[in-house]
Ligand binder design. Structure first.
Ligand code: AMP
Length: 434
């Protein structure tokens, strides 16, 4: 019987694999522009990492985690998001004690959630995210949004919708929770079981409910903006003015509360639809958080962070649909064509020699007809063919064919480097290995 991939997971193959790598490269390059550094934490963590950090009230923790006992009887969990593991790591290694603050890191890797698979929703998917930790600043909050936007801009996204909101400080949220309870209390009997639970644990999350009648009710709920303390409001306006200064467009969405309980101050989401109108959901979400470091035994006096995570599958789907990934296949510089099995050993060595010069080379290790080799060269998106027969080898020569212009020349093996450098220097986009 055939064995297929696990429900909600997907293989990343061919063009798609190149697209994902391209997204990763752009994301990393942008993060580096802002002085963020890579962080790779384990996918596997003690379950406690997530139950502590995301709060017992969050849906991710209660319902969606891949949690199991290992053979030693420990409860382990495949990470459902990147922030908690990052903070666990920063605290465990006391990075705040030996580095300037804020600690600025980015990550790119798989996360796991037991959700119902649907368009733009997987059980294993990739998140690309950043965390700036250890300093409480609206500049850092704004910078996180700017990094996200610059990444999307570099990738070629247009028509993005940036939603921002402030959840204020603890006092603002306490006042708001009470107001929400007062509002929802008379309707509670008609609401879903989850919302009844959320009412007790954290009524903010009732605004995140996906049940249509509950969404309807939520529309007339009080707004957090009316409950922000003066200080929280000032802070929010500061963040917005920093975005204005950089020309980042946004819309304040008072209904945006975001799933995880540790969020406070600014929260944000970016949405986009493909040109066909397909809606894959939010491209990314993030916000400021307080109190997570001390959950892991970290220093209370620097207990602040801000970050975002974007869904790489969703980025890919939209870019692909909109034809923005056409140029990501780097192709092959050279397809080497051995004329007969006799020259295979020479070609095997020659290919290695050319790779040493920095050119990408592929060649068949079986006897193929010329026509078949040209087909392969075309499928490999090769720029040049180097044709090698035993006569040529005897003379220390090869035939070099530009596969776009069909021009063919003889080239001395001895001076191949000069020949290739000048040929590749002439091609339109230049030589991409330089
Ligand atoms: P969250 O950690 O829930 O704020 O999610 C951050 C981003 O990850 C979202 O904006 C999506 O782009 C992406 N995402 C979340 N859940 C899924 C999923 N099940 N499948 C694919 N992407 C997801």
């Amino acid at each position: 019987m055939a064995i297929n991939s696990v429900k909600g997971t997907h293989d990343i193959i061919g063009k798609e694999a190149m697209g994902y790598q391209y997204i990763e490269n752009v994301f990393k390059a942008v993060c580096e522009l802002y002085g963020y550094r890579p962080l790779v934490t384990p996918i596997l963590e003690h379950t406690e990492v997530f139950t502590r950090a995301t709060g017992e009230a969050s849906d991710v923790v209660r319902k969606e985690m891949y949690t199991f006992l290992d053979k030693g009887g420990r409860s382990l969990t495949l990470r459902p998001e990147g922030t908690a593991g990052a903070i666990r790591c920063l605290v465990e290694h006391k990075l705040a004690a030996t580095n300037d603050l804020p600690l600025k890191y980015y990550y790119f890797g798989p996360v796991f959630r037991y959700e119902r698979p649907q368009l733009g929703r997987y059980r294993q998917f990739i998140q690309a995210g950043i965390e700036a930790v250890g300093e409480d600043s609206p500049y850092l909050d704004a910078e996180a949004i700017v990094i996200a936007m610059r990444t999307l801009d570099f990738l070629g996204f247009q028509n993005l919708k940036v939603k921002v909101n402030s959840l204020g400080d603890q006092a603002s949220r306490d006042a708001y929770r009470n107001a929400l309870r007062d509002y929802f209390r008379p309707h509670l009997d008609s609401m879903c079981a989850d919302c009844q639970e959320r009412f007790k644990l954290n009524p903010l999350r009732m605004l995140d409910c996906k049940v249509p009648s509950d969404i309807e009710l939520g529309k007339n709920a009080p707004n957090i903006s009316d409950y922000l303390s003066d200080e929280a409001e000032k802070r929010f306006y500061k963040t917005l003015s920093l975005l204005n200064a950089l020309g980042v467009e946004y819309e304040v969405d008072p209904g945006l509360v975001r799933g995880l309980d540790y969020y406070g101050q600014v929260v944000f989401e970016v949405h986009a639809t493909s040109s066909s109108g397909a809606d894959y959901g939010a491209l990314l979400g993030g916000g400021h958080y307080d109190g997570m470091l001390s959950d892991f035994g970290g220093d209370k006096s620097i207990d602040h962070g801000v970050g975002f995570a974007m869904g790489v599958e969703r980025l890919y789907s939209i870019l692909q649909e909109d034809g923005k990934l056409e140029g990501v296949d780097p192709g092959l510089d050279i397809y080497l064509m051995p004329l007969g099995e006799d020259v295979l050993p020479d070609c095997f060595e020659l290919a290695e020699q050319i790779r040493g010069l920095g050119y990408t080379v592929s060649l068949p290790y079986e006897k193929l007809k010329m026509g078949a080799m040209f087909k392969r060269a075309e499928r490999a998106n090769a720029k040049f063919a180097i044709i090698v027969g035993s006569d040529e080898i005897a003379m220390g020569e090869v035939q070099l064919k530009n596969l776009a212009t069909k021009e063919q020349i003889s080239a001395k093996i001895e001076t191949l480097q000069e020949t290739l450098d000048s040929l590749f220097g002439e091609t339109e986009e230049g030589h991409h290995h330089e």
